[in-house]
Structure formats: C-alpha cells, structure tokens
Design a protein around this ligand. Structure first.
Ligand code: MG
Length: 387
C-alpha cells in the first residue's frame, strides 16, 4: 500500500475547506490531515481537529488562541497562532499537499511559502494568482511545485488539456452562471441589496465570492487566473454565460475541436481530483442525466450591466501590479457593500478610481505586491469613507 497523502488545509472552516474535509472523510485510506487553519472560526476548527486527529492547528487571529489551545489541551495536537506559524507549518517536511482555501489576499503569504517549499498546491484561493500571478508561477516552476486548480472552471480547463498532447490552446471558453442578477435590468441591479446579491442560483459559497459572482468580478478574476495558469493571453479567453452551470469550461484547438468538462455543480469533484490526481475518486455527487437535462443555454455577458468584467480584462492587459491593485480595491469595496455602506454600482466606480491613481510597476516582486496591496487598500478606504 502506498503511503497516505498528508494534507494541509489552509482555511479549513470555509466553504472549500469543509468540502475538502468531506472528501477526506470519504477516503481515510488515501489521505490524512496534517494541518488545518482558520482565521476566526475557532469552534469549528476545534471540532475538525478532534474529528481528523490532526497534528497541527493554526488559528490565524491570535485573539482566539487561548480558546483553541484550552479546548484541545487533552488532544495530541499542537496549537499555533498567526500567519507566520501557518507559513512555517505549510512548508514543513510532513506535508505533501497544501490546499490553499483561505479567502482574499491574506492567502498569498502562506501559499507563497508552500510554493517555495515545492509542495503540491491545490489552489482555491483566487486572489493569490490575481495579485501575484507571474511571481507565483515563476516560483512554482523554480521550486517544482505543481499547481492544480480547484476552482471548477480552471479544473475543467486543466482536465480538457490532459489529452492535448502539447497542442496549443486556440481559445478558452470560460463559463459563467451569470450570478443572481443575470436577468435583472441595470436600474434594478443599481438598487440591489446585500441580501439580493447573496442569493447565488447554483453555487453555495462564502460571502465574498458570492458578491464577486454578483458583480461578475469573480469571472474577471478567473480570466486573470486562467491567463497565468495556462499561459494564454486574455484575448484568447472568452467568457460565456451558461446559467445551468453544467459545462464547467471548454478548450478549443486549432482544428476547431472543443473539449468540455461537465458535471452538476459540486466542488467536491475538483477538490478530489486535485487531492488524488491523477486518480479519480467517488465523492458522493449527483451524476448527470442528459435526457433529464434536456438542453443547455449559452449567451454573451453584458458588460454594460457588469462593468467589473471589463475592469478585470483591462487590468490583465495592463499587467504589472494593476491586477493586484484591482484585487485590493475589490476586497475593500465588497466588504463595504456587505456592511451596507455603499451601493452595488459603487463597487466598479471605486475600483476604477483606485486604479486611475495607481503608480504602475511593470514587473512587481514580492515587496511591490505587498506595497501595492497596501496602497490600493488605503486609497479604496478613503474613497469609501466619502460615500
Ligand atoms: Mg469558479
């Protein structure tokens, strides 16, 4: 019997984190959880540490350290606090795969540490590649760290390329559900509330990514990620609205042949593939019944109603530190929208203003990325405070 794969789940209490643990729960013969981490969800983290008998636990927000450490005092588990501990433990010897499932820019530092340690990276944290794509991909190459995408669209593209035999990509058709406002008029979207935006039709996800889906910034970020992951220019990536979320994305080749990957929306499928690659595992998901599906529909995205998608295309075309600034401003704008401080269309307006004032850095290193993030965050907060 081959050794079990030892997994570190960074962000184990979030949507991707809990689904990762569900996959592991179904296949205890293949995987063991070495490390889990959370920002604030101490109770769930404690419960997970007990269930999976993990060796290390990191609570990133140090304010919760005592609570977690006391609760787990009778377990054979080491409890740490802070992001630096997470970086050290994610790159330690006894970890084979790092599932990067934290939300936002805060996922970058630990992911970079794991990449530099040559770990297999199951990448679910979008902001890592959006903010620092060229840097992350270069370090991954230099350190022999395979990056296996977990996002359903990128996992689909990854799977479509498995039989490509080095044929170049002619075009990527990146599918988008269109989010909760797909059929809404611009006027109606303008007055949308946070509760409206949080009702995603197909995917059950965390709050930040659900708002990003409503603005379609999530799709814009996925375009940026796809450019880096598959080394294609933005011109070769076309977003297509596909409300059923059955086709997870497609790759077209020179002869016009299009490869697609299909399935009911269930993140356990791409997660399991990333964990067990190249093996495919049963994960308890619903299977497709084509006769019952009947038909699938596709249409062009409306950039008038969803300007964030254009902002993302502009950012990746301009390159350098622009996508990093876009991501930072977006994190602030989405948080402000979630707190009811700004309206829906204030989000793209804030992003444009922040990017207009950004000092361009053509080839940002790690320090430039962190600086850009900080400057864009401060600028976004200033603009939000005037709203
Ligand atoms: Mg996605």
């Amino acid at each position: 019997m081959t050794a079990k794969r030892r997994i570190a789940v960074l962000g184990s209490t979030g949507s991707i984190g809990t689904q990762t643990l569900d996959v592991v729960r179904r296949h205890p013969d293949l995987f063991e959880i070495e490390l889990i981490s959370a920002n604030n969800s101490a109770d769930l983290l404690i419960e997970q540490a007990r269930e999976f008998q993990v060796n290390n636990v990191v609570i990133c927000n140090e304010a919760h350290y005592r609570k977690v450490a006391d609760a787990l005092a009778d377990e054979p588990v080491k409890v740490f606090a802070g992001v630096d501990s997470l970086c050290a433990l994610a790159s330690a010897e006894d970890v084979d795969i790092v599932v990067a499932a934290m939300v936002g820019f805060s996922g970058l530092k630990p992911t970079l540490a794991a990449v530099q340690a040559g770990k297999i990276i199951a990448l679910a944290n979008k902001e890592t590649l959006v903010a620092a794509g060229p840097l992350v991909m270069r370090l991954a190459r230099e350190n022999g760290a395979p990056i296996i995408p977990v996002d359903s669209e990128h996992s689909a593209i990854f799977q479509c390329l498995l039989g490509a035999c080095d044929n170049p990509i002619e075009k990527i058709h990146l599918t988008a559900s269109g989010g909760p406002f797909r059929t809404w008029s611009r006027e109606r979207i303008a007055s949308a509330t946070c509760a409206d935006a949080l009702k995603h039709p197909n995917w059950n996800m965390g709050a930040k990514i659900t708002i990003d889906s409503a603005t379609m910034m999530n799709k814009g970020f996925e375009v940026i990620e796809a450019c880096h992951l598959f080394d294609v220019p933005a011109e070769k990536i076309e977003v297509v609205v596909h409300p059923e979320s059955i086709v997870h994305s497609m790759v077209e080749f020179a002869d016009g042949a299009v490869m697609a990957q299909l399935g009911h929306p269930d993140m356990r499928e791409p997660i399991a593939l990333a964990l067990a690659f190249p093996q495919r595992l049963p994960v308890g998901n619903r299977k497709l019944d084509f006769a019952q599906l009947g038909s699938l529909s596709f249409s062009k995205p409306d950039l008038e109603r969803f300007p964030c998608l254009s902002l993302a295309y502009d950012a990746i075309r301009r390159g350098g530190n622009v996508p990093c600034g876009l991501n930072a401003a977006n994190e602030e704008a989405v948080a402000a929208f979630l707190n009811g401080k700004i309206g829906f269309y204030d989000i793209p307006e804030i992003l444009s203003s922040v990017l207009d004032g950004l000092v361009f850095v053509p080839e940002p290193g790690e320090e430039d990325i962190f600086n850009t993030h900080e400057i864009a965050t401060i600028r976004a907060r200033e603009i939000i405070s005037t709203k």
